[in-house]
Design a protein around this ligand. Structure first.
Ligand code: NAD
Length: 519
């Protein structure tokens, strides 16, 4: 299928269906307003994880093309920064309308390249769309501060100004939402942007950029480059890039954080997770069970806020049996199948890694209550499928608990008390999200206070904050000072200039005072 229905006249070949061309379309760079085919001789296949079909080829953007993208962004910044904020917001108003218009096309692209179900892919787009909606009104968050007469006849005020060229490096698991966490807010604050989508599913970024340009984003304000480690390092090192937003694994994130920071850039780095749910004996049974199954296996566990470990307080047996029954009932198939509950994992390598972690759990003493490793999915025999898998008797020091699995695997553990459960969760190095299921306000409040996680759910399994708040992972799940989106996001994409002004008739006393001025 023609995944890139590019309207840009600069890149007509990519609009051709692959069957006509005989080879899959090449994913274009976007440089200075033009979608252009990379001159690179090296590319990576974008593979449909349900079928192994090559959907497209993503180039390793050349260094010259990367420099051209940064230079286009630098040039566009000169006029974009002076474009009134209301005009910048209006582009976002139009963009949110166009995303709604094309949401089915975006979702189909996501399912084709990433594998999640179409319904879930709609959610991926929608949660990003909400950030675009929020960007429509961020002028108030860009307001400065003013104190009159800080000294005799002197006023001081601060202004939030854009940084210049910013860059974003994306993971595979939310091909629309994560780019939309990044560029809409950055450009509405007056910056220009260089986006590096995941090499595994770059299609949604290209479609979103087309829509942004259709919405009136001027040439050069948003640019797209492709590749892996080399282009990421080039972003970290480039003198003209002032800030880097990263979402992905800890290995890449900590490398990017230190390399880009060493070059004086701002970095916000959202990384891996191990999200826990504590289930109290008084929790509402059906609602809790549904929440655990949905948050544990939805998106095949490939969400940074997926619930991957449950700690049952006061005995797990009655819960575990029901959990296994509910998980068994889930339908595993290609995301395009209307009755699919979960699709494949992203790659053969990911499947191998997940299976190894399951095996390591078994070998270190966990009980395998449900094993999805050898699932056969009719019609999609080559897909990277793993069925829902449940391990119980998991302890804090097991490899499968210490590491992020990022697959449809739910670990179960037991604790005698809420204190013990909280301490089990807090021992884990990650601190993205954690939830409690209870009908006790006292337990919920203790959990909220003592849990070491950035995003806390109380009877809510995936507490991803809406865009007027920020995404607030902590511990090993985040590096940086200013989180994604919300007020913190606007602060990340702006710097403060403080002006001290004096407007009075100065008496020419002729005296030069070299002492530090005081009021
Ligand atoms: P990844 O780190 O493999 O890739 C992310 C990006 O970094 C890609 O664009 C990739 O090209 C680049 N990259 C990868 N390795 C690199 C290296 N060594 N040097 C330089 N660049 C490199 O992550 P992924 O597998 O695409 O995504 C899954 C991970 O993302 C999981 O750990 C998940 O928890 C995390 N994630 C976190 C959040 C969050 O908000 N905390 C959200 C989504 C995903």
């Amino acid at each position: 299928p023609a995944i890139f229905a590019l309207r840009s006249s600069h890149f007509s070949t990519a609009a051709e269906p692959s069957s006509k061309q005989g080879s899959p379309p090449s994913v274009p760079n976007l440089i200075g307003g033009s979608f252009v085919k990379s001159q690179s001789s090296a590319s990576i296949d974008v593979i449909n994880p349900a079928t192994q079909e090559v959907v497209s080829q993503v180039p390793l953007t050349t260094n010259e093309e990367f420099k051209a993208a940064v230079s286009a962004a630098k040039q566009a910044f000169q006029s974009w920064r002076h474009t009134p904020v209301t005009a910048r917001q209006r582009v976002m108003f139009k963009l949110q309308e166009l995303i709604r218009r094309d949401i089915d096309k975006l979702a189909l692209n996501i399912t084709t390249e990433q594998g999640k179900t179409l319904k879930d892919a709609h959610g991926d787009v929608f949660r990003g769309l909400e950030v675009v909606e929020h960007a429509c009104g961020t002028a108030t968050l860009q307001m400065g501060e003013y104190v009159s007469n800080v000294s005799n006849g002197i006023d001081t005020y601060s202004i939030r100004e854009p940084l210049g060229v910013c860059a974003g490096i994306c993971p595979f698991n939310f091909p629309a939402m994560i780019p939309l966490w990044m560029f809409p807010l950055a450009v509405t604050c007056g910056n220009t942007f260089v986006l590096k989508p995941s090499e595994k599913d770059p299609g949604a970024s290209v479609i979103l950029a087309e829509l942004a340009m259709e919405a009136g984003l001027p040439d050069g304000v948003l640019n797209i480059v492709h590749g892996t480690n080399d282009i990421v390092n080039a972003i970290c090192d480039d003198e003209d890039i002032k800030a880097v937003s990263f979402v992905g694994s800890n290995t890449a994130g900590m490398h990017i954080y230190s390399r880009a920071s060493a070059k004086g850039k701002r970095v916000q780095s959202n990384m891996g997770a191990k999200n826990h749910a504590i289930v109290m004996p008084d929790a509402s049974a059906d609602a809790t069970l549904n929440a655990l199954v949905a948050a544990g296996f939805g998106a095949a566990g490939q969400r940074c806020m997926a619930l991957s470990t449950v700690v049952f307080v006061g005995g797990s047996k009655s819960w575990e049996n029901k959990l296994v029954e509910a998980a068994k009932a889930l339908k595993v198939s290609a995301g395009t199948e209307p009755d699919a509950d979960l699709g494949p994992v992203i790659s053969k390598q990911a499947k191998e890694r997940i299976c190894k972690l399951i095996q390591s759990g078994v070998e270190s003493g966990a009980r395998l209550l449900l094993d999805g490793r050898n699932i056969a999915v009719r019609g999609y025999e080559h897909g990277n499928f793993i069925g829902p898998t449940i391990l119980s008797n998991v302890t804090a020091d097991m490899e499968c608990h210490k590491e992020e699995i990022f697959g449809p695997v739910l670990l179960c553990s037991e604790a005698d008390s809420l204190e013990e459960a909280i301490s089990f969760v807090n021992r884990n190095k990650y601190g993205n999200g954690a939830s409690i299921f209870t009908t006790s306000g006292v337990a919920a409040r203790k959990f909220q206070t003592e849990i070491e996680a950035g995003q806390v759910g109380i009877n809510v399994p995936i507490p991803v904050p809406l865009p007027f708040f920020s995404f607030t992972g902590n511990k090993a799940s985040f590096a940086g000072d200013l989180n994604f989106y919300g007020k913190a996001g606007v602060n990340f994409f702006t710097q403060i200039k403080t002006v001290t002004q004096q407007w009075k008739n100065l008496p020419g006393s002729g005296v030069v005072n070299l002492a530090m001025p005081t009021s």
